[in-house]
Write a protein that binds this ligand. Structure first.
Ligand code: HEC
Ligand code: HEC
Length: 267
């Protein structure tokens, strides 16, 4: 650090420290805000033939009895050709599938497959053609999302079924729709893309991908249960994170200023 000595009392030294402080705040904030928590991302580069083959085997054992050997549908369950990997991931990861009678209530049940198996099942069904795909981590990231806009959209498009219990309150059971307190960002995105049971499909033209992330941010950041994905400081949202980063930055600047004056007294 000897190179810094002659420069320390240079009039620009204070500014240099200030600049350094700002850079540190920036880096710290970027690290805090981060790219949200991706609960379950699709396999990068798409599923392999091996995944599809494993998925087909799992399907034959656990799903074919209702959906048919080729997922073509039977009198007791619909065809899955064209529903896409997002529908399979949603149905199986929330514990809705396998099982249930047609048009019965579909509450969450314990999940009976590992995440890898769910992705294999999804890869098999997707290989039959078409349908929305499992969103990637970036697609469901709530970093930089507009929570206030998400709340407005939720009130307009979702609250008539999934009750709205006031800003910051818990989202409770609606008349006929389930609570969203346990849904991960990926599951919320998939529900909008696939419209399970009586829920409508919200295509990317009805609710844009960015608006979907705003809704996810609102749902996951205002509820009373632990946030399953992403970083949250007591769930008070991005404002608090900004404030914490700001105060941390100020502290760094104060220490830098103290260091400068201390050295000056020494000299
Ligand atoms: C006991 C019968 C049964 C079994 C076993 C079963 N399903 Fe289903 N599944 C149904 C019924 C019935 C529906 C239709 C639900 C509705 O629309 O109310 C359905 C719906 C679905 C849907 C939603 C389709 C859509 O249009 O979005 C997916 C995806 C699905 N099942 C996947 C699976 C997978 C994967 C398995 C195996 C792990 C499986 N199911 C096992 C009966 C079954
Ligand atoms: C017409 C009523 C209706 C509307 C509007 C609606 N939903 Fe749903 N939603 C449902 C029903 C019914 C289910 C349960 C489906 C099932 O069990 O198969 C559901 C399920 C869900 C789930 C899965 C919950 C779980 O178990 O994790 C999520 C997430 C969800 N909806 C999000 C939304 C969002 C976000 C919106 C607004 C963009 C919305 N819904 C609008 C009726 C609705």
């Amino acid at each position: 650090m000897s190179w810094i000595k002659p420069r320390r009392r240079h009039p620009a030294a204070g500014y240099a420290v200030l600049l350094l402080g700002l850079v540190i705040i920036g880096v710290a904030y970027a690290a805090l805000a981060g790219p949200g928590g991706a609960a379950s991302a699709a396999t990068p580069g798409g599923p392999s033939q091996q995944d599809i083959a494993k998925g087909r085997a799992l399907f034959a054992v656990s799903c074919a009895s209702c959906h048919g050997m080729y997922a073509q549908g039977t009198s007791s369950a619909p065809s899955l050709i064209g529903v896409g990997s997002a529908a399979v991931d949603f149905q199986v990861s929330t514990g809705r599938m396998p099982g249930k009678e047609l048009a019965a209530e579909m509450p969450r049940k314990p999940v009976t497959f590992t995440q890898a198996e769910i992705h294999q099942l999804a890869a098999y069904v997707a290989s039959l053609g078409g349908g929305p795909t499992i969103p990637t981590g970036a697609q469901v990231s709530t970093a930089g999302a507009d929570v206030a806009l998400g709340q407005q959209l939720f009130i307009t498009d979702c609250a008539q079924c999934h009750n709205f219990a006031g800003a910051g309150g818990a989202l409770t059971y609606g008349k006929s729709a389930p609570s969203l307190t346990r849904s991960t960002p990926t599951q919320i995105y998939e529900a909008m893309l696939t419209g399970p049971e009586s829920m409508p499909v919200f295509s990317d033209t009805t609710i844009t991908p960015q608006q979907k992330r705003d809704i996810i941010a609102y749902v996951t950041e205002t509820r009373a249960e632990p946030n399953p994905g992403g970083f949250s400081l007591g769930r008070i949202g991005p404002v608090t994170e900004g404030l914490v980063a700001f105060l941390g930055g100020i502290a760094a600047l104060v220490f830098a200023a103290m260091w400068l004056t201390m050295k000056r007294r020494e000299a």
